[in-house]
Design a protein around this ligand. Structure first.
Ligand SMILES: [Zn+2]
Length: 364
C-alpha cells in the first residue's frame, strides 16, 4: 500500500515537472505575455516593454522621468515596474560607516556611528533603513495616441513635481502630480477630442526643440519636435549623456510607418523625422551600437536599424510616386504591390500605401 502511494506521488511529481517545463516554454515563445519587461539600455536609461507603446525610463537620484506612459489598462503594472526599478537604483540601504575616528565624515561628535556621538538600536535602525523611493517627476509624451499617453492620468497622479524651494506645482498647483510635457498640438487635440483632463500635458513647447533647463539624473535632456510625421504633435527625446533617443512613433520598427493623415501626419515628415534621428545618432563602429534608439513599438535599435528603415520608406515612397505620375489609381497602386519585398518583415502595407497615396496625390 505504501509503495503504491509512493509510486503515485513520484508519477505525479514527474507530470507536474513536465507541465511546468511546457508552460515555461510557452511563455518564452509568446512575447505578448501581458507582462512588462524591463530592459537596461545604456547609462541611466531603461526600456519598459509590454505596456502598449514602449516606455523609456530615466531613474536615479533626481527621481524618475518617463517618456510615454503606455495604455491606460496597464498603468498599475507600469507603476509597479517603475517602483521596482527606482527602488533597486536609488533606495539602497544607507551604509553603516566603519569609521570611528575624529576625522569621520560629518566631523567630531556628529554621527550615530561616531564613537564620541551617541547611538541606540532605535536610531541605528532608522539610519540603516532604505531611503525612500524617489518619485516620478516628469513625463514626456512623444505623441497623442492612447497607447503612448493613456497612462498619463494614473501615472502622473502617482508622481510629484518639485520646483525651486519645494514650491508645489502641477495641475491645481497642489504638487500632487508629475509634470507632463508634450508638443502643444497634443494638448490642443486632447482638448478638442474631449480626452479626460487628467491626461492633458501640464507643460507644452511650440518651438523646434526644447531643452530641459537643468540636468536630470546627471544629464541634459532635449526634446525635438518633428513636424507632420506620424501626426503633427510628435516629439523625439534625446538623453545626451546616456546617448539614447526615444523616438515614439516617428520610428516604429514593428510595422510600416503609421501615418495618421487626419491628425496631420505626412510621408515627407516621416522621412524627415527618420533623418533627424540619423543626424543625432553616432554608431560605435560601422553603424552598429553607439547611440541607441528606442522605437515607438518593437525591439531596441541602433543607427543601422534606423538607416535601413529610412531607406525602405524612401524606396516605397519613390515607387508610389512613380505610380501616381503614371496615372494609377489607389486600387491599381495596391494591386501592383509596391511594398511586396518588405511585406514579410513589416506586415500589412494597406494603411501605409493609402496614407502615402493620399499625401502625394494631394500635391499641386
Ligand atoms: Zn504607437
Amino acid at each position: 500500500m505504501r509503495t503504491t502511494a509512493l509510486k503515485l506521488w513520484i508519477a505525479l511529481a514527474i507530470v507536474l515537472m513536465f507541465a511546468a517545463a511546457a508552460a515555461q516554454g510557452q511563455q518564452n515563445q509568446n512575447r505578448a505575455d501581458n507582462e512588462l519587461h524591463i530592459l537596461p539600455v545604456q547609462g541611466n536609461i531603461y526600456m519598459l516593454l509590454g505596456a502598449g507603446g514602449n516606455i523609456t525610463v530615466s531613474s536615479g537620484f533626481d527621481g524618475t522621468l518617463l517618456v510615454d506612459t503606455g495604455s491606460a489598462q496597464m498603468s498599475d503594472k507600469v507603476l509597479a515596474s517603475v517602483k521596482q526599478l527606482a527602488t533597486m537604483l536609488t533606495a539602497s540601504t544607507y551604509p553603516a560607516s566603519p569609521c570611528v575616528g575624529v576625522r569621520c565624515p560629518g566631523g567630531f561628535g556628529s554621527g550615530a556611528f561616531n564613537q564620541w556621538g551617541w547611538t541606540s538600536p532605535a536610531i541605528n535602525t532608522i539610519i540603516s533603513s532604505p531611503r525612500p523611493v524617489k518619485p516620478i517627476r516628469y513625463i514626456i509624451n512623444t505623441g497623442i495616441d492612447p497607447d503612448h499617453s493613456g497612462g498619463n492620468p494614473k501615472i502622473a497622479k502617482a508622481g510629484v513635481t518639485f520646483t525651486g524651494g519645494n514650491v508645489a506645482r502641477g495641475p491645481g498647483g497642489s504638487g500632487e502630480s508629475a509634470e507632463v510635457w508634450a508638443f502643444e498640438t497634443v494638448l490642443n487635440r486632447m482638448t478638442e477630442g474631449k480626452v479626460t483632463e487628467a491626461a492633458w500635458p501640464t507643460d507644452t513647447y511650440y518651438t523646434n526643440s526644447y531643452k530641459f533647463t537643468a540636468f536630470f539624473n546627471g544629464e541634459g535632456i532635449q526634446l525635438f519636435h518633428v513636424p507632420a510625421a506620424h501626426t503633427d504633435g510628435d516629439t523625439i527625446v534625446y538623453f545626451r549623456y546616456s546617448d539614447v533617443i526615444s523616438a515614439g512613433d516617428v520610428f516604429s520598427i514593428a510595422s510600416y510607418p503609421v501615418i495618421d493623415v487626419a491628425k496631420g501626419g505626412t510621408i515627407q515628415g516621416t522621412i524627415d523625422g527618420l533623418n533627424k534621428i540619423l543626424d543625432i545618432a553616432i554608431p560605435q563602429f560601422r553603424s552598429q551600437g553607439g547611440t541607441y534608439i528606442i522605437p515607438g513599438h518593437g525591439r531596441l535599435c541602433d543607427e543601422g536599424d534606423v538607416a535601413n528603415y529610412r531607406n525602405m520608406v524612401v524606396k516605397i515612397r519613390d515607387r508610389i510616386e512613380d505610380m501616381i505620375k503614371s496615372g494609377m489609381t489607389l486600387q491599381q497602386v495596391k494591386a501592383a504591390k509596391p511594398t511586396m519585398d518588405y511585406d514579410g518583415r513589416y506586415g500589412s502595407p494597406d494603411a501605409f500605401i493609402e496614407a502615402v497615396y493620399k499625401n502625394l496625390s494631394q500635391k499641386p
